[in-house]
Each structure stands twice: as structure tokens, then as C-alpha cells.
Design a protein around this ligand. Sequence first.
Ligand SMILES: *Cc1c(COP(=O)(O)O)cnc(C)c1O
Length: 321
Amino acid sequence: MLQENSLTITDVKAAYNRLLGISQQTPVLTSRTVNELTHSEVFFKCENFQRAGAFKFRGAYNALTQLSQAQKQQGVITFSSGNHAQAIALAGKLLNIPTTIVMPDDAPAVKQTATRGYGAEVILYNRHNTNREELTQSLARDRNLKLIPPYDHPQIVAGQGTAALELIQEVGELDFLLVPCGGGGLLSGCAIATKALSPKCRVIGVEPELADDATRSFYSKTLQTVHNPNTIADGARTPSLGKITFPIILNYVDDMVTVSESAIIRTMFFLWERLKIVVEPTGVLAAAALLEGIVTVPVARIGIILSGGNVDLTEIYNLKQ
Ligand SMILES: *Cc1c(COP(=O)(O)O)cnc(C)c1O
């Protein structure tokens, strides 16, 4: 059994080998404009080009491959505001494992449609009056399904860490790595990989100002929560870090910062116009921290994880009006 407190680069490398030929080795983009603006060398790891549109496929596939034969036959269940749902649904389809997804009824339409498109059963709930974890646990018991949570799971963390592993493998050691943070699966996995492969690199987590629980937890060293934050970054609306991710973040992450809603929107448009790529609000958190000058890192080699690209463009269009 993989113990969360003993997660290391070995687990990230094992996940990398399981994902070889299955997940996308996503492109790393650079931009002269960005390098000039920041007086640095910036490498964007484009997980918006990952299968199912976000890095979540890495953890989901890694976790599903590790189930027992009996669990694979019974199927899995999860709760998610979207990208983990699609990732589990796709991984289940590839591995022939039935999937059930519990999703808020206000999750972006593209995400609901895509999840059903991969063959998952979708169960919607109202996030203002339902505890999604309790609902999911009772469904798991009743239907004998294995619960695969979106971030607080050792194989999910190890899988997400392959994004940083690939980036450092491709471009070499970094001075800084900026990573979006919701429940902290991506950040903790990337921090484990980075501290092993580029030990001098400072790892910085970025979350929305309106959902700053991880930043407060990091500074107070006690788990802080946030309730239904009204941020456009729907992948970071998680109530808190997890039992597994919080200690890893305290151990390996160097700093946590927050970005405003308007910074998130400006950065989406900047990446769209300058890099010609579509990145969802949660996906631009790390880029926003750099481009808006919240993290200042002159003359450095900086990695930025662009974590996903599943955006409801009609919603963004309405924002601009
Ligand atoms: C889930 C998600 C995040 C946050 O990941 P955590 O592992 O929960 O911290 C960031 N960006 C995107 C696009 C996501 O889907």
C-alpha cells in the first residue's frame, strides 16, 4: 500500500511510467512578450492540452490502474466540480471500469456534457443544500463503488506530480515553479517532483483571493476552510486542503499567494491573445500571479503550470460585456 506520508519521487516516477503512451506529454510554450515583461525565462506547461482538457487525467488514470480486479469490476464513484469527473470518466472508459460522478447542478455545461460523453453516469446535486461528500459516500455504500476523491489520495497526488516531472525533464532545472491550488493535489505532487529533480527551485502555490483557505492554512499551519467561495475559478472552490495534501504542502511548498478575480480574467484574455491558447479560469492562476506582478522573480527560469482548458466560452463572453 502506498502511504501518503511516504510519498516520494519514486511514486511520481511509477505514475509517469504507467501514463507513458496514455496521457499526453503536453507541450511547453514560451513567449518573447512574457519573457520581456517579466525579465525572465518563462516556461508554460500546457495541461490545457492534456486528455480530457486538464492535468486531472494523470492522477485519475494512475489511481484507477491501482485498483484490485474486484474493485475494477464493481466500478468507482467520485464528486467533482468538473475536471476530475471528466478525467475519471475517461480513465474508466479506457480501463473498462464503470464510473459514477456526483456533480453540482451549476457545474459548467461543457463539463457535464463531456463527462456523460465519456460514458459516466452523472448524478447532480445542489451545492447550497447538499454535502457532496456525504451524498457520495452513501451512494458508494449503497452501490458498492470505490470512492476516488479529487485530490486527497496518494495515487492522485503521485499522478499529478508527473506534470512537473515532465516539465523539468524537458526544460531542465528551474528557479521557480508556480502551480494553481484548489485541494492541493496538483501542488503537492508537483512539489514532491520538483524538490527531487530541481532541489533549488522554489515552489509557489496560487489560489483565488476569494478562496484563500490554502494560503491561510499555509501561514497558520492549521487547516483553514472556505465555504462555497464565489470565484470564477471553479476548480479552486474546494473547501480546504486535504489530510494528505496539507502536510505535503507544509513540507515541500515555499510560499502561497492569491490573485483577484479581475487578475484571473485579464490573464485568460492575455493568454488567449498572446499565446493563442484557451485556458480556463483555474488554469491561469499561476500565470496570473506572475503576469500581475504578485510574485516578482527577476532574471529567473520560471515554470508555470497552466492546469486546464475546459472553459464555457459563452460565460466568458458575458463577463466581457
Ligand atoms: C482541479 C483543478 C485545479 C486544482 O487542483 P487541486 O489538485 O485540487 O489543487 C487547478 N486547475 C484546474 C484546471 C483543475 O481542474
